[in-house]
Design a protein around this ligand. Structure first.
Ligand code: PNS
Length: 164
């Protein structure tokens, strides 16, 4: 029987517990879940692609259904490469909806048959975003209940480095 494979794409700069929550939920629904960080040379990210992949590998090492990877270019091309037609996206609030709807419809236009599945994170992460996390650590704060211990440490190191 063929495997049900879904792809969860994102910037993951850095991974938060909101992302982890979505991965846990999606992994229950599929035989395999590919968590794929985008390589976008036009967008400056705090963490390199290698760092983001390493964080994801560490975090999901004990999740047998989860594979971590990177991609560049069109998402629908990557989806085909992974022999999947299902995209997972997290939906936190109404404010996410407009852009997510645009992306879902564009992906379907580019590759008919593509389905985007929106999953809702636990309410405790419904306000959480990687940008907000970076802002907190950059301003000297910390949020250890919203990121993994590894991300907490790396963020502290990064912004401490920048201070020197
Ligand atoms: O975590 P993010 O930044 O919200 O993820 C956005 C992402 C990576 C899913 C989106 O930018 C993307 O799909 N980029 C690939 C380029 C692409 O396929 N664009 C056309 C469809 S919208």
């Amino acid at each position: 029987m063929s495997q049900r494979i879904a792809v969860y794409p994102g910037s993951f700069d850095p991974l938060t517990l909101g992302h982890v929550d979505i991965v846990t939920r999606a992994a229950k629904l599929f035989d395999r879940l590919v968590v794929a960080a985008i390589h976008n040379p036009d967008k400056t990210s705090l963490f390199t692609l290698e760092d983001r992949l390493a964080i994801m590998s560490e975090t999901f090492a004990r999740e047998p259904k989860v594979e971590v990877d990177t991609f560049s270019g069109l998402l629908v091309d990557y989806l085909k490469k992974k022999q999947s037609f299902i995209l997972i996206r997290g939906l936190r609030a109404i404010s996410d909806f407009e852009i997510e709807l645009q992306m879902a419809l564009m992906n379907r236009r580019l590759s008919p048959g593509t389905e985007t599945l929106f999953l809702v994170p636990s309410v405790e992460y419904s306000f959480l975003s990687s940008s907000l996390i970076k802002q907190v650590y950059q301003s000297g704060g910390e949020a250890p209940t919203l990121v993994t211990p590894l991300v907490d440490r790396l963020l502290k190191e990064k912004y401490r480095q920048n201070e020197q």
